[in-house]
Design a protein around this ligand. Structure first.
Ligand code: RP5
Length: 161
């Protein structure tokens, strides 16, 4: 398979509405990426195979979103030495606090960079992936600097009604 530069996995299709933000952000930076539904619990063999194929094919960053027990990012990280960014999903019962605590509490040795719960985390995971890739890609770094400048201009130009 042709491995994407950034692989975005999520535990369920129900995560997609939130993870669209990661997809859209990566698209806006023209970063080749792929979004897939794969579960640590429901499709463990397929998940392992996908991560290993991506890693062997040159994927440089993984983004993993999951809710509840939220083992996905940790399992992805178990199968690759590439950076793994975790996005805790907001769960119906505990509002994502369960997902956050599960994801962030990785034992020493297998890191997962955990972002905020929900949409902000999804967007920032993509921006962090861009920042990681930009360390060795000057053109991408320029785009990131331009994005920050544009964002700052929006804040400074805000008109209050
Ligand atoms: C996790 O369980 C998924 O990442 C999702 O956030 C949560 C609920 O999944 P569904 O029951 O909606 O498929 O594995």
């Amino acid at each position: 398979m042709a491995a994407p530069l950034v692989a975005v996995v999520m535990g369920s299709k129900s995560d997609w509405e939130v993870m669209r933000s990661a997809d859209g952000t990566l698209t806006s930076f023209d970063v080749p990426h792929e979004c897939r539904v794969l579960s640590a619990h429901r499709t463990p063999a397929e998940l392992e195979r996908y991560v290993k194929e991506c890693a062997a094919g040159g994927t440089e960053v993984f983004i993993a979103a999951a809710g509840g027990a939220a083992h996905l990012a940790g399992v992805v990280a178990a199968h690759t030495v590439a950076p793994v960014l975790g996005v805790p999903m907001e769960s119906p019962s505990l509002k994502g606090l369960d997902s956050l605590l599960a994801m962030v509490q990785m034992p020493a040795g297998i890191p997962v960079g955990t972002l905020a719960i929900g949409k902000a985390g999804a967007t920032n995971a993509a921006l962090l992936a861009v920042a990681i890739l930009a360390t060795s890609r000057p053109a991408l770094k320029e785009k990131l600097v331009a994005f920050r400048k544009e964002q700052a201009e929006k804040v400074l130009g805000a008109k209050l009604g």
